[in-house]
Ligand binder design. Sequence first.
Ligand SMILES: *Cc1c(COP(=O)(O)O)cnc(C)c1O
Length: 519
Amino acid sequence: MNTISDPGAGGAPAGWRDPRRIGPPAGGGPVNASLTLPEETVAALGHRVWEILSAHLGPGRRGRPVASPDAAAEAVRLRAEPLPAAPADDPLALVDQVGRLLREGNAHPDHPDFLAFVPSPGTVTGVLGTALAAGFAVPTGWRFTGKVSSAIESATVRWLAELMGLAPGTSGLFVSGGSAANLTALTAARDALVGTEGRGATAYFSDQTHLSVPRALHVLGIGEDRVRVLPGDAHRRIPLRRLARQVARDRRDGLRPFLVVANAGTTATGDVDPLPELAAFCREEGLWLHVDGAFGAAAALTERGRRVLAGLDAADSVSVDPHKWLFQPAGTGCVLLRDPAFLTRAFGVGLPGYLDAGAAGHDEGEVDYLHWGIEQTREFRALRLWLSLKVFGADAFRAAVDRGQATADDIAAYIDSRPGLEVVTGPSLAVVTFRALPPATGPFPSPEDADRTVDEVCEDLRSEGRAMVVGVTVAGRRVFRLCVINPRTRRDGLRAVVDRVAELWTARTGPTERPGAAP
Ligand SMILES: *Cc1c(COP(=O)(O)O)cnc(C)c1O
């Protein structure tokens, strides 16, 4: 039987200096109950992890596949793997294996040719900030233990609000993503306007709204019968007159309208609801205006985006996902409120005696973030964006966001210049959708066949590992969609993806013998 030892106290057992060895000698020995590793081992593993990461994050990745052809067998094996009772024989080999799995087993939302959904382009500083925060087990819920982390979070949130042109005094906190940001804001809205019971509380948004919004309302106990999903107008925006009529009717029926959710960049097409008009309407009607800018609000960093998003500063709350268009690692969302006191009202709790360390030494303006959201022990997400902004400076971020919009302009012009293709929507906040036109001669696929072919062509592209493109439905028809927020996406590479889409489309729908094609 193994006995427990503490190599930290008694020194590492002989043989542990070998960087590959992290467990007890074969055939029994002390169990590594302190869960520590000798310094040399840590250094060797750390170097290897960094080698793997820098190969992934470096410029060489452009030529590598954006998605793996097929990891199904690997996934089956991994799901069934038994619990590892014994330590690894060779931890370096294990780290290499993890590197290979992550490289080959998943699609890469940070790849320059990942153009589907909303990509997560990332920055190396975001990765380093994550490592530092994890390494220090940074406490962030509570200023009593996390004085500096609380201050860094407050500053980063203030910078973000300033970058987006929001009103002074706007504040909030970092959360796991847009879904959590929306839930946090909607909870504050409910408690502010209709109370926790929320009897009769009714909410309004367009059918282009992200699924996390109706889900947040479900979590808040606001049933489907009090959720008004209004069909978007011809430009996929919330219809103002219809909204006003619906609110009036609901009031007459004894319901309590309290919330309008506007989109600042719908996920499908990047469209923006009429924010100034909605803000005026909500002010008149005493409704809370939440803007879901998880994807698109970052465009407000740029002059051009600021124009498109005019009215954003009039919202009561805004969600923005730094893990999308602000280049941070997954798990970095942010919710901002014009009046952050509504967060304490919704989430503030009286601390039990054993936690109440008193207010001694606390300065004006310090925040206990555990009173601002549902998490107590929280990741120190702010450090990623803080470090990134400090290293690159705000202007680099403005330019990087601007580049996404310029790339969208360029590819839209290219699509329209290319015979056989046509832009359907956009460019709007770096999203363009397009379709293939009917051929001049020959059979044209039925609308149903064309819809199916869009998805098949996307699948062809993915299985080639060339690019990730996913179709969306616009006005009832499937179209190709490109979301080009990655500042490392190259215009020529993007044009080549569009060319490839056209080729694959022709191969699936057009004459089998194309001009110039081999017989
Ligand atoms: C991505 C997105 C969300 C959800 O954000 P997560 O970070 O994935 O939770 C919500 N709304 C919009 C508009 C989005 O694009």
